[in-house]
Design a protein around this ligand. Sequence first.
Ligand SMILES: [Zn+2]
Length: 483
Amino acid sequence: MRMLGAACTSQIPSRYQQPPAAITTSYKASVVLLEKVLACPVLLMLGPSTQRSPDASFTVQLVSLLAPPHLPLSRHSLHTVAHGILPVLYQSFLAVRRDRRWRRRAERQRCQSHQQQGVKCSQAGCEALPGLVPREAKPQTSLGAGALICAMLSLKLPRLLSINQVPKGYQEQGILFGYRPPRSSAADCLLSVFQMTNETLNIWTHFVPAWYFVWTLVGRLRGPGGREDPHSWPLLAYLLTCCIYPLASSCAHTFSTMSTRTRHICYFFDYAALSMYSLGSALAYSAYIFPAEWVNSTFHHCYIPIAVFNTVVSTSLSCYSRFLEVEWPRFSKASRTLAFVYPYLFDSIPLFYRFYLCAAESCTEAAILVHYKHTIFAFLTCFIFASHLPERLAPGHFDYIGHSHQVFHVCGIIGTHFQMEAIMMDMAERHNRLLPTSLLPSSLQTLGSMGICMAVSLAVIGLCSMSLSFMPEPLHREKPHGH
Ligand SMILES: [Zn+2]
């Protein structure tokens, strides 16, 4: 059996394998190790060396860039790392693009040589004609330097597939390459987080911001007021939903290739978490951003119960939309978009009224400007989700970086950040006016509404999961769709 560690270190420059004579202390050796560790995730994103273009010299260059020769490692280690990271990121971006082009060219050449053997070719790659055995995924024989971490874990990087090699239910509009195998193990799914696939940035664009919101929530819990202050309960509930929805999304994207059933269940949880976020927003809006004229009105009293109802309907409709994907993909997409848009529009009614007041009369509230920013990003998020831009215009050009789902995640997170900032500004302003706490949602109302929605959402997920066996088989659909 081949030594995987040896395969990895064989592509690392010799000066790393044997540190220069000047570097003798353990501190200096640890700097070398640190730089190796920094280099490997970048190389890992490029995939195994057998799938990379023959121009593999950039692999060595990438590692070399981490320690420019004019900067001695022993004296300027931090400076070296700072100088190295930016070129590495830029080089990795170029390398991924170059590698993708090379793979498409290789795929076309392979198709042309096999066309006589009954293999149908298209822009996206090759597909065995009915009756022929499809091409087998060959095991990796050489993992290359980028697989150092994998070698340490004794795991192999899975081979990526083209759109024609995955079932229709896994296909995304405008994304031609970079699909993970549809029946991956949980370990493969976890490992793929560090491999450059068409899901990698979907995972990270929600995983990293989730911890930013966790950090904000913990800061609020530990800070003055915290849990003891009834005034802050709606904010804490809102922040909790801000943590849950990106975490649920990144988990869904990570494990969605375990099986068709797991994929559906993963996205059921993703949708339920998004619906809970709409309730969290409603709780915070009810407590802090309602216009003064509407406070204690009938609409204010009905606002949270309607938001609870909306959350249940939103979860149910979005989960149900997955059952429509096979027969009516456009209707499915429209109903899923509606499921998330209409609770947002309802939640925003008090906000829109404040915008109207601001436009009709002059207003000096600083929070309004931040609310505007949040609203712009919310509409941008919706537009990107519904339009599948930019990959719709240039299929295959945004497979790994820049496709609509990544932009959708980023816009959503930026929108949530502005929403959180605006809510906190309104909360501080309202707190200074010392509104009676009787006008705020009580902790029981906050916890009760969250508990009801969570229980009903779990029941809906359970019901939909049990109904999956009645779902039509997606293998014979014509057009790909998004999730
Ligand atoms: Zn997503």
